[in-house]
Design a protein around this ligand. Structure first.
Ligand code: PRX
Length: 647
């Protein structure tokens, strides 16, 4: 974080942008921010008025059972209604909702009215298979329109979706399906990635083989021109296109209560077991709507494109719910940024005249590495706003993005938030905040950040905390209310939400995110708990113990280094390394592979037996070792360091 700490350049938004912006100028931001903090109930009630409610709320915020907060209690609404029906009623049914582009170049343009029909049809098909309100439905699909359709169809009938990113392994599917007692799984025969077909159905079959809760597996056909071997299990499996062929396209939206569960999304924590983050209906609805509107400054004529996968929270909030509630047109692209060549993203921006582009720092660093020539021969003049998400962005990448993609004209919103927060928390207001490269800057409306010590004293640099509840916040961890309280609310006796990030406040009051303070590592924007890898490694019969740490990585932001101790007699060789890598592929997914695996006879421990990860990080970063006097056996680190430098 060295370079970030010394970054002082400031970039005020261009006056042409400020003039048209929803939040125009710093004074406008400050006035509305102070209203949102002083009178949050009025602020959020006014925001909610833009949306459709079958029944309005009795109270905006109920804190009586904190930290189990309730928002808009007493109301009845439906997210799919607000994403679809509301626009059709306003005469915008013909507007394109999705410009979809498959990796091989096939395309589909889907209007809001068509999307509504597709959602209603599939919702009816799900009902016909017996799916009821409140039941869990897992979605394991590539980035095809049916992914958004399935999500919205669940919301329409009140089924709880749990989207599993299609890079996760069969074991990860099994864990999530069992934890959430999933009734139905929606998958595809395959999906394209770098010219190859990922065979998803086979992974699902393996994942749900012993899951008695799964009654239906619905399969979207993607492999028309590239047939995929896709055995169907009689009685359980059905083709999506068969189910929607013969159903009614009328499906009234279920009237959902404010705190009815909308979705579960599993994310990594500090233990080996991922957490099923719970998001409910009304608060998430208002928060996803308002953050999208203001942070992307959405206007009727915008063409928006977020390159995230719907399998992560970014896709939930800023592809589906927040963006569609605002009724704009968006691009959804199935495949890799470098297929067939490294100019693919810029070609898509040129083709669809994308005006708002939202991507991850890891992608920007890859674009930089590929070279400017892929960009300079494309017309990117339609762009007016850029965004980043998922990890801290280094100033060099920020400046490249600003110059090469934004032509020094587009504000950049560096949005800090989490699966748990539901939507943006710290971010520049594009028409108001002067940005600094690498800085998440200021809080969104209603968000009150503070920086604390472990003891709860306010400091300039320390641990980030959030003082007040906000509508998009998680409501719990599925099946484990105690873990919810312990993880997020116990650090400072229930007074603050603990996100797990370090932060610093600068002379302008801006907040800089300094990375995680726990054992969670952010690899290419994918959040991975080091304990998850460790628990996979120790399942190997020859492994005694392991410790995994994160290190800085030029492209991925962070990479993983694994230290593994092996039982006597087993050779520390390449075959063992390969066995361990294939266990990670199987236990989590290929994206969680470590950069390096180091073998040793022991790990550095204190005399009380605690592994000293700080020293492992020093070794992995090639640094001078810190204090080793508290170690039970200092020779262990010396051996490890020698091995690290040798490899
Ligand atoms: O460490 C922060 C980092 O990503 C974590 C949240 O990961 P996840 O729940 O997977 O959500 C990612 C997409 C919202 C945070 O605790 N993070 C996210 N955005 C930023 C960030 N770190 C720095 N700057 C950001 N803009």
């Amino acid at each position: 974080m060295e370079s970030v700490s010394h970054e002082h350049r400031k970039f005020p938004p261009a006056s042409a942008f400020v003039k048209r912006a929803h939040i125009s100028g710093e004074d406008a931001y400050k006035a509305l921010y102070s209203k949102s903090i002083q009178d949050p109930e009025t602020f959020w009630a006014e925001a909610a008025e833009d949306l459709h409610w079958f029944n309005k709320w009795d109270s905006v915020l109920d804190t009586s059972d904190a930290p189990f907060f309730k928002w808009f209690d007493g109301s009845r609404t439906n997210l799919s209604y607000n994403c679809l029906d509301r626009h059709i009623e306003a005469g915008k049914g013909d507007k394109i909702a999705i410009h979809w582009e498959g990796e091989p170049g096939d395309t589909r343009d889907i209007s809001y009215a068509q999307l509504h029909l597709e959602v209603c049809r599939f919702a009816n098909a799900m009902k016909a298979r017996g799916v009821k309100k409140g039941e869990r439905v897992a979605i394991y699909l590539p980035m095809v329109p049916e992914l958004a359709i399935s999500v919205l169809a669940c919301a329409r009938i009140g089924a709880v979706h749990t989207v599993i990113f299609a890079g996760f392994s069969a074991d990860s599917i099994r864990d999530r399906v069992l934890d959430s007692e999933t009734r139905m799984v929606i998958t595809g025969d395959g999906g394209y990635r770098r010219g190859k077909m990922l065979e998803l159905k086979k992974i699902v079959d393996e994942g749900v083989a012993d899951c008695a809760c799964v009654k239906d597996v619905i399969v979207v056909k993607r492999g028309d021109d590239h047939p995929v071997d896709c055995p169907m299990q009689a009685g359980r499996d059905a083709w999506y296109h068969d189910l929607v062929a013969d159903v009614s396209d009328v499906c009234p939206a279920e009237e959902m209560e404010a705190e009815d569960l909308l979705f579960l999304l599993y994310t990594s924590g500090t233990t080996g077991k991922p957490k099923g983050i719970m998001h409910t209906t009304a608060g998430y609805q208002v928060y996803s709507y308002l953050t999208s509107k203001y942070i992307f400054d959405l206007k009727n004529d915008d063409v928006y494109w977020c390159t995230a996968d719907v399998g992560w929270i970014t896709g939930h909030t800023y592809i589906v719910y927040g963006i569609m509630q605002n009724g704009v047109s968006q691009v959804i692209y199935e495949g890799a940024p470098n297929h067939p060549d490294e100019g693919r993203f810029w070609e898509i921006i040129e083709k669809y005249k994308v005006s708002i582009f939202y991507t991850a720092p890891t992608a920007i660093r890859a674009f930089m590495k590929w070279g400017d020539n892929w960009v300079t021969n494309k017309d990117l003049s339609s762009l007016r706003l850029l965004g980043t998400v998922g990890e801290p962005i280094n100033p060099e990448a920020w400046i490249w993005y600003h110059k090469m993609i934004g032509s020094e004209r587009c504000p950049i919103v560096d949005t800090w938030w989490q699966t748990e927060t539901g939507g943006h928390m710290l971010t520049p207001m594009p028409g108001a905040t002067a940005t600094k490269p690498g800085c998440a800057t200021v809080p969104f409306f209603g968000v009150e950040p503070v920086i604390l010590t472990d003891e709860g004293e306010e400091v300039e640099a320390g641990i980030l905390a959030i003082k007040k509840p906000w509508p998009g916040m998680l409501r719990g961890i599925y099946g484990d209310p105690q873990r919810y309280q312990d993880t997020y609310w116990c650090k400072w006796d229930g007074k603050y939400y603990f996100p797990g990030d370090g932060a610093r406040r600068d002379e302008d009051g801006y907040i800089w995110i300094l990375g995680r303070v726990d054992d969670v590592v952010n690899v290419s924007g994918h959040r991975i708990g080091t304990a998850e890898l460790e628990s996979v490694f120790v399942e190997h019969q020859d492994v005694a113990e392991s410790a995994v740490v994160g290190i800085p990585h030029e492209i991925k932001g962070q990479g993983l280094i694994a230290f593994v101790t092996v039982i006597d007699g087993r050779a520390h060789d390449e075959p063992l390394r390969q066995e361990l890598i294939s266990m990670i592929d199987k236990g989590i997914g290929k994206f969680a592979r470590p950069e390096r695996i180091l073998f040793s006879s022991d790990l550095p421990k204190t005399r009380s037996g605690k592994i000293m990860r700080r020293l492992l990080r020093d070794i992995a970063e090639g640094k001078e070792l810190g204090n080793t006097t508290t170690l039970a056996d200092p020779s262990v680190v010396e051996e490890l360091q020698k091995q690290y430098l040798k490899a």
